[in-house]
Design a protein around this ligand. Structure first.
Ligand code: ADP
Ligand code: ZN
Ligand code: ZN
Length: 744
């Protein structure tokens, strides 16, 4: 026998409140998560509607006390049905409880918070109204209030509800009586809190160049031939005009009476970006961001549901905008790791968008100058359709990149963080009153050890990722747990200049200010952007040329055009190469390419200086040449060799506890269970997570590699079953992460 958990009221606080019903034999095929069903409810057995959110084989009460579902609701499919179905998909593919999944897709707030503005509208035409009015007067005892209301409506045609019951002193029962007679209609137009406040300056539309036009035509031709459920990868170099392609596709989507979701990483959701959409589409665009209150976000979702807006721009969570006629989902900067959720369900917006698009026969467009290896592979195999923009707009040249070998600097006695070449270039720009960006790659710094004389980095012999320093003298691998002593001299060249790399943006700022005392220097990092608009304010004032040099972390590479920037210095380009994570070459390539792409976006051409200890590394060389495909070919070979995603899939299981031996015990029990249940499973660990202890919580990780994603789902399901039954290690928590994007 199967049972369905049903929610009656789809609002965030009520999602936990489910009622269990029996699925009758004849409805077995028709009932699944998302189905809207009719059920007997309460003492009288009144028939009401509810949504199925989960299906199980375990009754929660005595089986004879569980009532059967009466039938399937016949009316049009509610958007909630689709979102619940999507939640069920996420639960299965990423591992979480149904409740966590539902709360991710249905971020609905209390209904009462809506400010409702009702208007009473006269439905009778003038003649009929006059007849009714005369008849009313002809009756000896008629209500003076009714007469007053009808007369007022005959004059004004429509009057706000509040005015009638307030200023006119007429009771709502009279209004209802008029409505019952069919004389009036009560229209409720909600007043939304609209978050966009922009100035409309109607720019002339740009004329697409032929690459842009071709990309749009490929999509639109597919639509014209009825072929709408596709995923496209728009691979366009920095400054090639991808956003204009999105605009054109959005316009076409609206012309077809459909709506659109545009995902942009939070960090790039600046005023400048949002304003571009607004200038083009005016009030049809709405935006959500993480600084908005729940109520504000709820209002934007309501506007989308009611058809008041047709384009929603926002970060990952905008994917769940309840549009009922979704036509397209655009994901800009699709390679960004912020598209992967960090809480359960740890979904990836890309795959989830594709799942949602499939339910709507809709299109997905992924855009990037540095596509993720996953997406590019799928474009190669034909799963996605590839659209290319190979040149910058207006014949602007790609920036000229030079690599500086930091080992040579050390050899010639320059111990500054700025190479001689970079110093000369900065002086030159300051003289010319042009702007400079200095980019410090601080990504994925987890205590790797490298040699400053030869650049050698100590790696795991089994996993080919950097080892990281633990407790002063041990080096460990975060995937397999391999350990070795921290060497005193470089095993490659014997130099004693071996150790961790330490340099923060603040240090760089001090050095730069000391060296160029007359330059105006600005710094952008986690510390300087704390405030609500911190990051945006810094970008804006730099764009206004209120500083000559901007120093920052990866934050500075997104979301703003700086036409006056003609020099970008990348201080330690390979730092991210040494993260103990198989994505590190990809991240390095992306960061260098995107940072370099900031140079020369105006009329003056740009230069880039890439400082590195590993000038021969393929990700550094390919980025300097702005050659994505050469990078991709080498990277995919490495992934295939090591069976890392996308060549295979990977499931990470994280076990946490305040008690280290419990965390280890549970992780070991999981590994034992998996090895016992499944033949030839490739389980690594348990080992300490990259961050082995966080806020006094110990963290153990298990990695499983598998070509077939479905098998990983089976492993997850098996572990979930065990977790439900096991009484041991009750003070541990277990998390799943499919194809993890970052180290733990
Ligand atoms: P990307 O997103 O690929 O980095 P954008 O779409 O932001 O590039 O375009 C870069 C700049 O070029 C923007 O200022 C944009 O207005 C301008 N631009 C884009 N397409 C054209 C075009 N066809 N003609 C003229 N300018 C364009
Ligand atoms: Zn060395
Ligand atoms: Zn290893």
């Amino acid at each position: 026998m199967k049972f369905a958990d049903i929610v009656i009221d789809i609002s965030l606080e009520k999602l936990d409140k489910t009622f269990q019903y029996l699925i009758p034999e004849n409805l077995m095929d028709k009932v699944h998560p998302g189905s809207q069903v009719i059920i007997p409810f309460g003492k009288g057995g009144r028939q009401i509607k509810g949504f199925v959110v989960d299906i199980s084989e375990e009754p929660k009460l005595d089986v004879d006390k569980i009532k059967p579902i009466s039938g399937i609701a016949k009316d049009s499919i509610a958007i909630e049905s689709q979102l619940i179905e999507l939640a069920a998909w996420m639960k299965r593919n990423y591992g979480s409880t149904m409740n966590q999944a539902l709360k991710t897709v249905i971020p609905i707030k209390k209904k009462q918070s809506i400010k409702e503005k009702k208007t009473v509208v006269l439905k009778l035409d003038d003649e009929m109204a006059q007849i009714e009015y005369n008849e009313m007067l002809s009756r000896a005892r008629h209500s003076i209030y009714k007469e007053r209301l009808l007369k007022a409506l005959m004059d004004a045609k429509e009057i706000p509800w509040d005015y009638i019951v307030g200023d006119m002193g007429i009771s709502s029962s009279i209004i209802r009586d008029f409505a019952d007679k069919g004389w009036i209609e009560i229209s409720s137009e909600r007043t939304y809190r609209n978050p966009i406040r922009v100035s409309h300056t109607n720019e002339g539309d740009v004329i697409l160049n032929s690459d842009q036009a071709n990309a749009c035509d490929r999509v639109i031709n597919d639509w014209n031939s009825g072929n709408t459920n596709n995923t496209y990868l728009l691979y366009g170099v920095t400054g090639s005009g991808k956003t204009e392609v999105y605009m054109k596709l959005l316009e076409e989507t609206l012309n077809r009476g459909k709506s659109a979701i545009v995902l942009i990483p939070e960090i790039a959701l600046t005023y400048q970006t949002v304003n571009r959409f607004h200038k083009r589409f005016g009030d049809q665009v709405s935006i959500i961001n993480s600084r908005m209150t729940l109520a504000e976000r709820f209002d934007q979702f309501e506007r989308a549901k009611s058809g008041d807006v047709s384009i929603m721009v926002g970060p990952r969570s905008a994917l769940f905008t309840p549009f009922t006629n979704l036509g397209i989902i655009i994901i800009d900067e699709e390679h960004e790791s912020s598209y992967k959720s960090e809480v359960a369900p740890r979904y990836h917006a890309r795959e989830t968008a594709i799942a949602r698009a499939a339910m709507n026969n809709a299109t997905v467009v992924l855009g990037s100058a540095t596509p993720s290896v996953e997406s590019f592979m799928r474009a190669q195999t034909g799963e996605y359709k590839l659209l290319k923009l190979e040149n910058r707009v207006m014949d602007r040249p790609m920036p000229q990149c030079d690599i500086v070998d930091l080992r040579d600097e050390l050899m010639s006695g320059n111990r500054s963080i700025l190479s001689r070449k970079l110093q000369l270039a900065i002086e030159d720009r300051l003289n010319k009153k042009e702007q400079v960006m200095l980019f410090l790659n601080r990504r994925g710094l987890m205590g790797f050890i490298s040699c400053r004389a030869c650049g050698h980095v100590i790696k795991c012999p089994h996993c080919d990722v950097s080892l990281s320093l633990h407790g002063g003298n041990k080096l460990k691998c975060h995937y397999c747990g391999y350990e070795t002593a921290n060497p005193k001299v470089c095993p490659e060249c014997g130099s004693k200049y071996i150790g961790g790399f330490k340099a923060g943006t603040q240090k760089v700022e001090e050095i730069v200010k000391a060296q160029y005392p007359s330059a105006r220097v600005m710094r952008m990092d986690m510390d300087t952007t704390r405030g609500k608009h911190g990051h945006e304010d810094i970008l804006k004032s730099f764009a206004n040329h209120e500083a000559d040099i901007l120093i920052g972390t990866q934050m500075i590479v997104k979301g703003h055009d700086f036409p006056e920037v003609t020099l970008v210095g990348i201080l330690a380009a390979d730092m991210s190469l040494n993260a103990s994570d198989f994505h590190c070459a990809e991240r390095t390539f992306q960061l260098i390419t995107q940072a370099a792409g900031r140079a020369g976006r105006g009329h003056k051409p740009g230069n880039v200086i890439i400082q590195t200890y590993q000038p021969d590394n393929y990700s550094v060389v390919a980025a300097a040449n702005q050659d994505y495909e050469s990078f991709y070919n080498q990277e995919i070979a490495y992934r295939k060799l090591m069976d890392y995603p996308p060549a295979a899939h990977m499931l990470l299981i994280l076990v946490t506890s305040e008690n280290e031996s419990h965390a280890r015990g549970r992780a070991e029990a999981i590994v034992a269970l998996l090895n016992k249940t499944f033949d030839r499973i490739r389980c690594m660990g348990p080992s300490d997570a990259g961050i082995a202890r966080l806020n006094d919580i110990y963290r153990k990780v298990i990695y499983i590699k598998e070509r077939d994603y479905e098998k990983l789902i089976c492993y997850k399901d098996e572990v979930e079953k065990y977790l439900l039954d096991s009484r041991e290690y009750a003070d541990t928590a277990t998390w799943f992460d499919f194809d993890p994007m970052s180290g733990f």
